[in-house]
Design a protein. Structure first.
Length: 461
């Protein structure tokens, strides 16, 4: 999409509109039953400009999905397009041969790390998906430790390959898949809104980490010392659940005490999403392996693991993949990092995130079925609760549909998909944030009008 900046969501047709319907029907006839988004968001995409996405019928949506977090600067950012376009005429693909654009990307990426990590960090480029990079990280740690098991957390999500499904909490995704990666144990995450140990924060002494500590120390605990612990600092698909800072710190201490490499999965939280380049910076921990993808390539496929040089004992060819070395992603990703520095992007993420959070909290104070507002930076979620006759999942689905019809696009996450999850562009303006709050608020009001709350037995305000 080119031309003047578009401002203001506008949905002028029923959804799907006629042109979208043609493309959706064709898709339905050809594509796999495993596809997801268009089932609940019935649009075909024509283009986009910044925070706005345009469907095939000319409807404009404020896009708080951002390609599941890939589009850090929204749709068609001119400088990211220019960087990729300029590179296209030079070379597009390099396997793992060195190139100037790759070196520039790497220099910038290392510079984004906290200073003490920079000199000790090695980069491995992976097949350009988060799942492939997680797989590589686990392989690296297995090779280094000579151990085979992995510890992961309830609610975690790490991808859709068979090894990453194995370390993902979502039970549904493994129900019909036998023989996944063996040796995976799950431990409780600090999901305090629904504490897995049945505690409330005021009655909790970090019992979840205590439990992990006890099991690792217990000769009868049944869990072998693993090759790695894999952790998200804000669980994304799990329902936008930030780790409690003391939880993350204690996990780091325990893993260090036991000589277990800690892999932090920053596939979703990375590249500025939470208001620092990587989320781990806000938790005061130094991971052994950092996994990044999604926004890393400025909208183009890229995935890396960044790890401490002491782990670098794997053999040449230990993790290959034809599509490593995407030169367009290096060029656009380097441009993203340059823009982040130049424009104070991370401070903007923190400020706009705070503004959105306050708006959502104000809304939650009015509607009891908005259970908890949480997140970091511009990775925000609202956990919906059951209301009247409806389950939390039904409330969430209805709000998503009402918002879509008003022009706000977002995804659901969490247990039973009962969390409205917002991943707007990182350069979202204050006006766009206000518009999103208005649209979400209007959708919530639409649904409230249909709900008889259990508490009051009368229609919600
Ligand atoms: C935290 C996290 N890890 C890993 C992945 C997998 O990334 P990909 O879909 O690129 O394989 C995702 C994808 O959403 C993710 O959110």
């Amino acid at each position: 999409m080119t031309g003047a900046a578009v401002r203001g969501a506008a949905v002028r047709t029923a959804l799907p509109g006629p042109q979208s319907k043609l493309l959706l029907d064709e898709q339905d006839a050809v594509e796999s039953a495993a596809r997801t988004y268009p089932r609940h968001t019935p649009i075909a995409i024509a283009g986009g400009d910044g925070a706005y996405l345009r469907d095939a019928d000319g409807n404009l949506f404020l896009d708080f999905l951002s390609g599941a977090g890939v589009l850090a600067l929204g749709h068609n950012h001119p400088e990211l397009i220019a960087a990729a376009r300029d590179q296209l005429g030079v070379s597009g693909h390099s396997l793992d041969f060195p190139t100037a654009v790759r070196a520039d990307f790497q220099r910038r990426l290392i510079a984004m790390l906290p200073e003490p990590m920079r000199a000790r960090t090695r980069i491995h480029h992976c097949g350009p998906t988060g799942a492939d990079a997680i797989d590589a990280a686990v392989k690296l740690c297995k090779t280094h430790t000579g151990r085979g098991d992995v510890i992961a957390f309830h609610g975690g999500f790490h991808g859709s390959t068979q090894s990453t499904i194995a370390i993902t909490g979502l039970r549904g995704s493994k129900e019909h898949l036998h023989n996944l990666l063996p040796g995976v144990s799950f431990f409780p995450y600090s999901y305090c809104y629904r504490c897995p140990l049945g505690l409330a924060p005021d009655r909790c002494e970090l019992n979840c980490t205590q439990y992990l500590e006890n099991i690792l120390a217990d000769p009868n605990g049944g869990v072998r010392k693993p090759a790695a612990v894999v952790m998200e600092l804000v669980q994304g698909e799990g329902g936008v659940i930030p780790a409690r800072p003391e939880f993350a710190r204690r996990i780091r201490e325990i893993t260090r005490e036991h000589g277990i490499p800690l892999i932090v999965d920053e596939v979703q939280t990375g590249c500025g999403r939470t208001g620092t380049w990587f989320a781990f910076e806000q938790f005061g921990i130094t991971p052994d392996v950092v996994v990044a993808s999604k926004a890393l390539g400025g909208g183009h496929p890229a995935a890396v693991i960044l790890y401490d040089e002491s782990l670098d004992g794997w053999a040449p060819g230990a993790h290959t993949g034809t599509f490593r070395g995407n030169q367009l992603a290096f060029a656009a990703g380097a441009a993203l990092m340059r823009i982040a520095d130049r424009d104070g992007l991370l401070a903007g993420v923190r400020e706009t995130g705070q503004y959105l959070r306050e708006g959502l909290l104000a809304l939650a104070a009015r509607y009891p079925f908005l259970g908890e507002v949480r997140g970091l930076g511009l990775m925000l979620g609202v956990e919906l609760t059951a209301a009247g006759e409806w389950t939390a999942a039904e409330v969430a689905r209805r709000i998503r549909t009402a918002a879509l019809h008003r022009g706000l696009l977002f995804e659901l996450a969490g247990r039973d998909d009962c969390v409205a999850r917002f991943l707007p562009p990182l350069n979202l303006s204050r006006a766009e944030a206000t518009e999103a709050l208005d649209l979400f608020g209007a959708a919530v009001t639409d649904i409230a009008a249909e709900i008889v709350t259990a508490e009051k037995g009368t229609p919600a305000p």
